[in-house]
Design a protein around this ligand. Structure first.
Ligand code: PLP
Length: 365
């Protein structure tokens, strides 16, 4: 039997009635963009995150770009972030014309290290983007401390951490602005693209609502510079509304799978990075192994699909060859990129499949 890395069809089939009902409701309504489903999803997602405002947008990269614009970031500004998080923040920083500055990550979580952020700050720093990578909340409090009283926005990229909590506060409600992706593989995934920004401040929410729709304040009156079209459609909003009530249960199942892999890896050379806790929602189960590529081959031979998140640091991407960026020393990020792999971890894995992965880990890691 082959254990797939992911299988989105299983999730659809498990919820087919609710999803079909949602799609038909929208089709029959005659309202397809920013209608009642959209507004209801914004309210329901804001309530879930414990934030006064959620602003739905087209995808998670737009959410990052619009959050940076909302924070006033542009040419001449530096944005401190991690280099191991798949390039999404870098894309957004480059789009707004600012300069990415890469800080290192903490070996225990592989998310931004507050000490390294402190070393990366300058008089030009306008924002820090902390990615809650792999489903693990980063150290927002530590980074707030590093920023101190400087006028620097703290933006959380929560694309992989829907529902993760620190001290009873959810991802997105810890910083100044929180961005989300609802790409289909996310813990809360649409049947297409989607994203959102959450925040507490009314003025920021108003600016984001303008930025996502041509800079409009009311119909056809563009008042906010750099506005564009980044809206969520009714179909995606309705699907997300159907799925949101099941998010916590899915997160719990993911944590249970990781717990089993950790037990199986106990006497092996495989180090599973994150432990189940409210601050980790198991978006990805990542592990480090000294001989990563050979291990992937052995696991594949035992029917277990794996992946690498991510194979390149942002500053090493060919697309960044001519870009302007700065970095402090990144030994932890550089070590992780060479040794990291991701194991199958999604709520619809069967018990037999999880067992097979555990046996494979015990046999060859
Ligand atoms: C950490 C992170 N940030 C941002 C994004 C961008 O989201 P999207 O693909 O919806 O643009 C993703 C995922 O794709 C992600 O994993």
């Amino acid at each position: 039997m082959r254990v797939p890395f992911n299988n989105l069809k299983r999730q659809y089939l498990a919820m087919a009635d609710a999803i079909q009902e949602a799609l038909q409701r929208v089709a029959a309504s005659g309202w397809y963009i920013m209608g009642p489903e959209h507004d209801a999803f914004e309210r329901e997602f804001a309530a879930y995150c414990g934030c006064p405002h959620a602003i739905a947008v087209g995808n998670g990269t737009d959410a990052l770009e619009l959050a940076l614009r909302c924070a006033g970031c542009g040419a001449g500004d530096e944005i401190v972030t991690a280099s191991n998080a798949g390039g999404y923040t870098t894309t957004a920083v480059v789009l707004v014309g600012a300069t990415p500055v890469y800080a290192d990550v903490d070996p225990a979580t592989l998310t931004l290290s507050p000490e390294s952020v402190a070393a990366a700050l300058s008089n030009n720093t306008k924002a820090v983007v902390i990615t809650h990578l792999f489903g693990q909340l980063g150290d927002v409090a530590g980074i707030r401390n590093a920023i101190g009283s400087k006028a620097i926005f703290l933006i959380e990229d929560c694309a992989q951490a829907h529902g993760a909590m620190a001290g009873g506060i959810r991802a997105g409600a810890l910083g100044d602005l929180g961005t989300f992706s609802f790409y289909p593989t996310k813990n809360l995934g649409a049947l297409g693209d989607g994203g959102a920004v959450v925040c507490g401040r009314d003025d920021l929410a108003g600016k984001l609502r303008a930025l996502r729709q041509y800079g409009w304040q009311g119909r056809y009156k563009a008042v906010t510079p750099y506005g564009r079209n980044s809206r969520m459609d009714e179909m995606q909003a309705a699907v997300l509304r159907a799925k949101l009530p099941h998010l916590d249960e899915g997160n719990e199942t993911r944590r249970g799978i990781v717990a089993r892999y950790r037990a199986a890896a106990k006497n092996t050379r495989l180090h599973i990075v994150h432990a189940p806790s409210p601050s980790y929602v198991g978006h990805l189960c990542v592990a480090l192994h000294e001989d990563r590529d050979a291990l992937r081959e052995r696991l594949a031979g035992l029917g277990v699909d794996t992946a690498i998140h991510y194979p390149y640091l942002d500053l090493c991407q060919p697309a960044m060859a001519d870009a302007v960026w700065r970095a402090v020393s990144l030994p932890v990020s550089e070590d992780a990129v060479a040794h990291i792999l991701s194991l199958p971890c999604f709520p619809e894995l069967t018990g037999a499949e999880v067992e097979q992965v555990c046996d494979a880990i015990a046999a060859c890691a």
